[in-house]
Write a protein that binds this ligand. Sequence first.
Ligand code: DHB
Length: 310
Amino acid sequence: MIDISANISGVHFDSCIMNASGPLDTTLEELTDIAMSRAGGIVMKSCTVEVREGNPEPRYVDVEWGSINSMGLPNLGYKYYNEITPKLKSYGKPLIASIAGAESQEYRKIVESFNSSNVDILEINLSCPNVVGRPQIGYDFEMSEEIMGVVGDVSDKPWGVKLPPYFDFVHFEEMASILNNSKISFIVSINSIGNALFIDWETEKVLIKPKGGFGGLGGKYIKPTALANVRKFAELLNKRIKIVGVGGVYSGIDAFEFILSGATLLQLGTSFAQEGPQIFERVSRELKEIMEKKGYASLEDFRGKLKVMD
Ligand code: DHB
């Protein structure tokens, strides 16, 4: 039997493959589809204190090798995501709430609300690139540290942070030192690559309406950056901090590469939006087939064991 289960802070996932926060996870109906699929866990849309309609449409477009989006955090508000937890938990999978805010007191309020819910894990989103006039928190190291301090003070649940991609080793090192001094159990790496631009050359127009066409890049374009982030953080973080890999996972080969780079769990964003809930079964099966061919029985057999050249 090939085992692709994983564990974060004592929470057991039968499969390491699940959805990423964002696509098809805003309503109870969408989340129930994930609950009934072969996903190893259920991740909910990032929620805010107030209900948000998000940015004007078109705000998500599939492109040749992925997607561009500027959703603007449309969500039903943190109270809704508290209220639906008993229904979602009845499917028996780990349930992950994703939390977004403009400043630390908003994070505090939402984190406290989930303490008395039956959510298993909190994902603190420090990396939404799409709210007009608001920078990505993960690029502001002081602000990131402050929010992690507040969450660490109030959370009764295991929690981690969802990070934007970094591109410079100095930034990886600075963020890793903050993370190593925090109470996180895991990082989720990476969010979309912020503020990309697609153009329809025939109409000479941008593809999405918000922010003059700028939006978060997802899908195949971002896999090399995501692998680099997982790999670099695997080198720099204390071994107690697990890594949830996201960014361009479409196949078992992609999943295998992320685990080889050091990931424990994997989340599917654009690929899930494009293929629907049956993708969890397909990618899990493909990953198991690769492991069988290579003679690996569990993810520990190859996690982080990427070879480099002398
Ligand atoms: C949105 C996009 C993100 O990448 C994110 O982390 C949170 C929210 C959005 O536009 O809704």
